[in-house]
Design a protein around this ligand. Structure first.
Ligand SMILES: NC(=O)c1ccc[n+]([C@@H]2O[C@H](COP(=O)([O-])OP(=O)(O)OC[C@H]3O[C@@H](n4cnc5c(N)ncnc54)[C@H](O)[C@@H]3O)[C@@H](O)[C@H]2O)c1
Ligand SMILES: N[C@H](CO)Cc1c[nH]c[nH+]1
Ligand SMILES: [Zn+2]
Length: 430
């Protein structure tokens, strides 16, 4: 990991993985096969990619009951406390429908409606992610989504991970299917004999899942095209190098293409953090992944001062930003682009991954410049409400008709003027 003097043209190494042409072709093939052969295709593809032969796609109540026997009380208590925190946080994001009435009787408003059905993809290939279930299902529930469908690839013995099942059960998810990859995304978008289609698909996954989500977008909505994890730590001389190194490694262990970056005006701190990172790396179970990430995508940028460090942070627009400085809250106003901002030395990134409450599904690849963490709004849609009273139609009709004629739309103009004719008609009758 190089220590580099920061300059504007040095930036985070972006890792937008759009897949190879072979991967895209494979995903297109899987999607059209699922559209044609439905459940038969799901069974065959699950055997091919996950090595599992399934009797039924849907997880049964007895499988859920069995999973509870393998999960200890301490795990259950942690899951429940995390669930409470995440629900409370997302509860604050809820918006209300509203209407205003003006003095001429015009009523305008906005009606908020939860989506009818949402599919949540829970990755299941190399690891299991119960936290992903909490972060995707709970905001959907807070929004009021009635039908939440979970899909996840089965293990070779045809089961799902016990903690994954128990987490889903704790949230009251009833419809869980043992299918993953592009085939699961296709089933959620187009439906099969067993799986009814949904309106939106959320949740992370590997390149096959991400490409499939891109391809079905339009038939259904999707959350985002999430890239590998990123962390940027903004620190000054008061920060602890061991804390910073530990937090950088917490994201490096996700993926060889994850990126961990330190930005600091303090060269001594930069040197101490580099040393700590390599020391702490030695004892990590996922050392190979973290080492590759630090080697290929890690960086330490030394800036002239804190102002330039803040410019660097905004340029990087990271998924996760930690601020470990003497007065971190004083810097908040100057930070414009970051998915989640972890303030102060005790707010390590995993606090947000699992427990504190905010969502861990965050914009990556610099998209924090224009997008937000997954939130309750992502599971609702808005309808505008318009009511014109007779008075308002008569007061504004001529202006609207004139506007329509500016655009050459005569039928628009006449539709509004019909209401003015009624005015004359009313007058004649008087
Ligand atoms: N951003 C987040 O919040 C977050 C959280 C958890 C996981 N993740 C990411 O999700 C990803 C999970 O990936 P994973 O692979 O472990 O699980 P996954 O469930 O995404 O993918 C497994 C599926 O990929 C499909 N597949 C595998 N090889 C294939 C091939 N050659 N052709 C077609 N399909 C194929 C199979 O259908 C298999 O079931 C990781 O990149 C992880 O970092 C991100
Ligand atoms: N840090 C990941 C998002 O970038 C989310 C996650 C899930 N589990 C642990 N971490
Ligand atoms: Zn993480």
């Amino acid at each position: 990991m190089n220590i580099t003097e920061y300059s504007k043209d040095v930036s985070i190494k972006r890792t937008v993985d759009q897949g190879t042409s072979e991967q895209r072709k494979a995903v297109e093939g899987i999607i059209s096969r699922v559209r044609r052969e439905k459940d038969t295709a799901l069974a065959e593809l699950t055997e091919q990619f996950d090595g599992a032969r399934l009797d039924t796609l849907k997880v049964s109540q007895s499988e859920m009951d069995a999973a509870y026997k393998n999960v200890d009380d301490e795990t259950l208590a942690i899951l429940r406390e995390a669930k409470e925190n995440i629900t409370r946080f997302h509860g604050r994001q809820q918006r209300q429908s509203w209407m205003t009435t003006e003095e001429d009787g015009t009523i305008l408003g906005q009606k908020i409606t939860p989506l009818d059905a949402v599919g949540v993809y829970v990755p299941g290939g190399r690891a299991s992610y119960p936290s992903t279930i909490l972060m995707n299902v709970l905001p959907a529930q807070v929004a009021g989504v009635e039908r939440i469908v979970m899909v996840s690839p089965p293990q070779a013995d045809g089961t799902l991970n016990d903690v994954v099942l128990v987490t889903a059960c704790e949230l009251g998810v009833k419809e869980i299917y043992k299918v993953g990859g592009a085939q699961a995304v296709a089933a959620l978008a187009y439906g099969t004999e067993t799986i009814a289609p949904v309106d939106k698909i959320v949740g992370p996954g590997n390149i096959y899942v991400a490409l499939a989500k891109q391809l079905v977008y339009g038939t259904v909505d999707i959350d985002m095209f999430a890239g590998p994890s990123e962390i940027v730590v903004l620190a000054d001389s008061t920060a602890r190098p061991d804390y910073i190194a530990a937090d950088m490694l917490s994201q490096a262990e996700h993926d060889p293409m994850a990126s961990a970056v330190l930005v600091t005006p303090d060269l001594t701190l930069a040197e101490q953090v580099a040393k700590e990172v390599y020391e702490q790396l030695e004892t990590l179970p996922k050392k190979d992944i973290a080492e590759a990430s630090i080697r290929d995508y890690g960086a330490i940028y030394v800036t002239r001062d804190m102002n330039e460090a803040l410019d660097a942070v905004n340029e990087l627009a990271p998924e996760h930003l930690e601020v470990q400085t003497e007065s971190p809250f004083e810097l908040l106003g100057a930070i414009r682009h970051a998915g989640a901002i972890f303030v102060g030395e005790n707010s390590s990134e995993p606090v947000g991954d699992y427990f504190a409450g905010p969502n861990h599904v965050l914009p990556t690849n610099g998209t924090a410049r224009f997008s937000s963490p997954l939130n309750v709004d992502d599971f609702t849609k808005k309808s505008s409400i318009l009511f014109y009273s007779k008075t308002s139609a008569q007061r504004h009709g001529a202006k609207i008709a004139a506007f329509a004629r500016l655009e050459g739309l005569e039928a628009h103009a006449r539709a509004v003027e019909k209401r003015l004719e009624e005015k004359e008609h009313d007058n004649e009758n008087e």
